[in-house]
Each structure stands twice: as C-alpha cells, then as structure tokens.
Design a protein around this ligand. Structure first.
Ligand code: UDP
Length: 327
C-alpha cells in the first residue's frame, strides 16, 4: 500500500482528504497535534499525534511510515486571528512547514501536495483570480501561506522537491455520507455559524459589513464542497506520482455568492429563518474572492460534483443535526 503523510489529517479538510485517499487505495497517516482537529475524525488510517514545531516527532513519523508523499494541511487558518497575533501565525505556519519540508527531504520524500489559499491574493478590486494573478496578501495568514509556496520552490531548486500547490477558495459542506464534517472551536466560518443560528444554538449570525463594493454590499466568496476539494488532492497526488511538472491550481467554483445570498440559500434548504444582525467589517477581509481558473478542470481532470450552494448548505445542515465530535 502506498502511504501518504497527511498533516492536519484530523482537521476539517484533512480528514476529508484522508477519506478520499483511502477510497483511492492509499494509506493516509494523519499527523496532527489535535489542537483544532479531532481524533474521531481520523477513521481511514493511523493517527500520529505530534506537532510540526517538533522536528523529532515528524522524523519519527517519517521513519515509521515511509510515506511516498506529504499532504500538508496543518496550519492556523483564521484571517481575523492572524491580524491580532501575526507572530504566532508566522511561527506556527512557516516554522512548521520548514520542519516538515526539511524532514521530508532528509527522508527522501520528494512529493508535496500543499494547501494554500486565495488569501494569498489579498484584495484585488473585483479581479477574477487565477494562478497567474500576482499575490499580495493583506493578512498574516495569507502572508504565511505565500511564504511557504516560495519555500517549496526553493527546495525544488535545491533538493528536487516536487509540489502541487492548491489555492483554495472558501471550503464548505460536509461528507455527503455523513461520516465527517466541519467542527471548529471556536467556530468562525460563515456557513456553520449561520446554521448554528438557524438551530437556535446562538442568538444570531452577525454579518460582517454591508458597505463593500459588491452587488449587495456584503462580501462575495467562491464556495467549494470539501469532498470535491479532497478529490482534487488525490488527483494532485497522482499528478506528482506520474512524474508531471510542479503546478499551482486554484480550487474554486468560478461563481461567487455574497453573505446575503448564502443566507437566502440557507432559508431555501432548511425552510427556517436565519436570525441576522448587521455588524462592522472584520479586519483582513477582502471584498470579493472568486476563482477564474479552469486549470484544475482542464489539466488535472477535476470534476467538482457537489459544489452547488444548495448541496454545500444541505450537507452542512445534515452534519449539524448530528452530535458531532467529542474531545
Ligand atoms: N462572515 C460573516 N459573519 C460571520 C462569519 C463570516 O459575515 O460570522 C463573512 C466574512 O466576512 C466573509 C464570509 O462570511 O466575507 C466568509 O467568511 P469565512 O470566515 O467563512 O471564510 P474566509 O473568507 O474568512 O476564509
């Protein structure tokens, strides 16, 4: 069996990627410190509990499992938090990635699939974003991710490290089979917060700003179903294992929805009202982030099947009815 080390494999996206890998015949080994992930979400291969700032722990996992590739998801990923504590974001995200990359090359692991983000683009005034759009991050989260992309390039030149970089847009939804879902503590993401408000678990959803230059004044985002995203990672891994060239792929649907449109779609899916209050802008938010890329579809053969807003909200709503992971 071909083993893949999946950092952040107990997290939201990483756990869905582990499921997709197992389905495709790989053995996913989740490397996770469980700071934000859940042991219960590791269901498709072993869990190695460890921290990326602990180089010896990474080396031990590499020696024990001898992976053919690394999928690197583990990171701090909240835009707002990264504006309040940039040092922590740089230390954890960049420091962790450096340890991982150096351990990989020391153990002869030449293939990396990396979780990057459209937050590396910053706020580009309505520009439709693709892989060639210049990256100008406006928050420490995006800055740290862009830096890791650069580091991967340097190790490509120095050690022949090969990489597929995915720049995600807004990931949403839950495993359509109901085995996995999104559970963050604290939760900061729009769709789960909105559904908590619908379910009466919080008084209301606060909309962060309605004075943005978008069609209804609220921020516009391009949402992708987590299962479609996970599938792209399997394709990216195969791409590397087939010896194809280093590549960056944007993973988005190409369609943006405003916060108000997401709220309207939720009403249609759940048949319930969303209690909403209008709030101030959140620091670090770009007005609009939409992917204009078809590269993943055309080159990688990616076929997103679940990424209608209706299904993403529907799968998240089904997951929200379940008891959820326990610590
Ligand atoms: N958002 C909001 N209220 C919330 C959480 C998010 O209005 O309680 C907005 C946020 O400003 C952004 C969009 O919803 O425009 C998506 O935010 P999320 O945190 O889900 O993802 P991000 O775009 O930060 O990766």
């Amino acid at each position: 069996m071909t083993t893949v080390l999946v950092t952040g494999g107990a997290g939201y996206i990483g756990s869905h990627a582990c499921k997709a890998l197992a389905r495709a015949g790989f053995t996913p080994v989740a490397f996770d410190n469980l700071s934000t992930g859940w042991a219960e979400a590791v269901r498709f291969g072993p869990l190695e509990r460890g921290d990326l700032l602990d180089r010896a722990a990474i080396d031990a996992a590499m020696e024990k499992h001898r992976p053919v590739a690394v999928m690197h998801f583990a990171a701090l990923s909240l835009v707002g938090e990264s504006m309040q504590d940039p040092g922590r974001y740089w230390r954890v995200n960049l420091g962790g990635a450096l340890n991982l990359i150096e351990s990989a090359v020391a153990h002869g692991v030449k293939n990396v699939v990396f979780s990057s983000t459209c937050a590396t683009y910053g706020d580009q005034d309505g520009v439709v974003l693709d892989e060639d759009t210049p990256q100008r991050p406006i928050n420490a989260y995006g800055g740290s991710k862009r830096a890791i992309e650069e580091v991967l390039g340097d190790f490509g030149a120095s050690h022949g490290l090969r990489r597929v970089i995915f720049r995600y847009f807004n990931v949403a939804g839950a495993d359509p089979e109901g085995e996995l879902g999104e559970q963050h503590q604290p939760e900061t993401h729009l769709i789960p917060l909105m559904l908590e408000a619908v379910a009466g678990k919080r008084p209301a959803l606060t909309v962060f700003g309605e004075d943005y230059p978008t069609r209804d004044g609220t921020c516009l985002r391009d949402y992708v179903h987590v299962t479609d995203l996970a599938q792209a990672h399997v394709l990216g891994l195969r791409w590397l294992l087939e010896g194809k060239e280093d590549r960056v792929f944007c993973l988005g649907s190409g369609t943006g929805f405003t916060v108000k449109e997401v709220i309207a779609a939720s009403r249609a899916v759940t048949n319930r009202e969303v209690p909403v209050v209008m709030g101030a802008r959140r620091a670090g938010d770009a007005a609009a982030l939409v992917s204009g890329s078809r590269r993943a579809v055309e080159e990688l053969g990616w076929e997103p099947q679940h990424s209608s807003l209706r299904q993403m909200i529907g799968d998240a709503w089904a997951w929200a009815q379940k008891p959820g992971y326990q610590r």
